[in-house]
Ligand binder design. Structure first.
Ligand SMILES: NC(=O)c1ccc[n+]([C@@H]2O[C@H](COP(=O)([O-])OP(=O)(O)OC[C@H]3O[C@@H](n4cnc5c(N)ncnc54)[C@H](O)[C@@H]3O)[C@@H](O)[C@H]2O)c1
Length: 379
């Protein structure tokens, strides 16, 4: 089996490559990346809180630990010729698409960043869809990583992908309408492109609505420090749990926007990796399926209080501080999210945020000086 993994150098992509390599050791994984995430974080005057090696160095170390089937190819997937050549050469069985500009604050920071994000994310996916159509094997399929952010915070239970509209008759339509940034809009646009390709060409697709991913390591990355995945905590690229953990170990206040009652869906890096790996052998029931890739819905206030309490057990002094909300967002809402289908894919007890946040804090304490060095990037 030949697998194309885009975004292999990223936070989720690298641990995913290792997990797939271990479970499917007879397969060939072609990992593609243009290393832009490293550049974007540097431009945000920050760096990963734990040291990360170059992709070449990671792959070399991975080989020593038995992960022998990963090949890296550098390139930009907005370049149609580059993508076409990959598909012509390798005849992939499955494509796992993790290459995006994934930051909402970065996308919303200027017209230039919004335009860049739209081009980067939407053209990349379009290139993949067209190459699958033109050069793909008959049963090739795509696992796409979208985001639960496309849903916004509506006052109803969000279904796994579709809503039924009943007026004169009934129709089932994809739902991704209330995202709060141009990054989220790229994922809503992606859905339109995915759904169209499925309707007119029959392209086989699984669209994962990925929740906010948190965590610092997986069963495979812990084997050697050279296998670390990145852990960002800066304003643009750090996600809330990871940022609060980093803030807590340097005694920075845990700054909660407004009353902190806004809820968000989460998934650990461990469960992200496990569920995508499980999808590789999943027999699709329909040619287009959607999963809400989330295990917990938590309020920002609860997160900050739990992380603060855990960090204080290790001597940290940080306190939860409520500040005026700089974002345009609903703070009070009754959002719920269906994830029954997803939990079947995960097929194990989900990681608990309470326990995993302790593991994150323990590792970050050892890397406190790196966080202190880039602490200006926190806010
Ligand atoms: N991390 C999260 O909390 C989260 C939440 C929801 C959805 N997602 C989605 O999961 C996927 C992976 O996210 P991540 O956190 O690993 O992001 P990441 O930025 O760490 O990884 C993305 C990788 O893609 C690469 N890339 C970007 N544009 C490229 C291009 N044009 N050509 C080649 N490579 C390119 C980057 O260099 C980076 O290494 C993304 O699709 C993201 O939108 C992530």
């Amino acid at each position: 089996m030949k697998i194309l993994l885009t975004g292999i150098d990223g936070y989720c992509g690298w641990p995913l490559a290792l997990a797939i390599s271990k479970k499917f050791n007879k397969s060939k994984i072609i990992g593609v990346d243009n290393l832009s995430r490293r550049k974007w974080v540097n431009e945000s005057m920050s760096n990963s809180a734990i040291l990360i090696k170059s992709i070449q160095n990671r792959i070399k170390t991975a080989k020593k630990f038995g992960f022998k089937n990963i090949k890296f190819i550098g390139g930009d997937i907005t370049n149609a010729k580059f993508v076409e050549n990959l598909f012509k050469k390798y005849k992939f069985d499955i494509v796992i698409h993790c290459a995006s500009q994934p930051s909402a604050p970065f996308a919303n920071s200027s017209l230039h960043s919004a335009t860049f994000t739209l081009k980067n994310n939407n053209i990349s996916l379009l290139n993949i869809l067209w190459s699958m159509k033109k050069f793909g094997k008959k049963n090739i399929r795509l696992i796409n990583t979208s985001t639960t952010g496309v849903y916004g915070q509506p006052n109803f239970k969000i279904p796994e992908g579709f809503v039924e509209i009943i007026k004169n008759g009934k129709d089932t339509v994809p739902f991704t309408n209330l995202g709060g940034s141009w990054y989220h809009i790229t994922k809503s646009n992606d859905l339109n492109n995915l759904h169209l390709a499925n309707r007119i060409w029959g392209t086989r697709i699984i669209d994962m609505r990925t929740a906010i991913v948190y965590g610092i390591s997986t069963n495979e990355t812990v084997l050697h420090p050279d296998l670390n995945t990145r852990f960002d905590f800066d304003f643009n690229f750090g996600v809330v749990i990871n940022r609060f953990c980093a803030m807590s170990v340097i005694d920075h206040d845990l700054t909660v926007y407004g009353e902190g009652l806004q809820k968000r869906p989460f998934i650990s890096l461990i469960d992200f990796v496990k569920s995508i790996t499980n999808l590789i052998k999943y027999k699709q029931k329909k040619s287009f399926e959607v999963f809400n890739q989330t295990t917990e819905l938590l309020s920002i206030k609860d997160l900050a209080e739990t992380i603060g309490k855990n960090a204080r057990k290790f001597g940290a002094k940080s306190q939860v501080k409520f500040i005026r909300n700089p974002r345009v967002e609903k703070e009070r809402h009754n959002m719920k999210m269906e994830n029954k289908k997803f939990l079947k894919i995960l097929d194990s007890k989900p990681t608990s945020f309470k326990e995993e946040s302790v593991s994150i804090i323990k590792i970050l304490i050892k890397n406190k000086n790196r966080i202190l060095k880039y602490k200006e990037s926190l806010i």
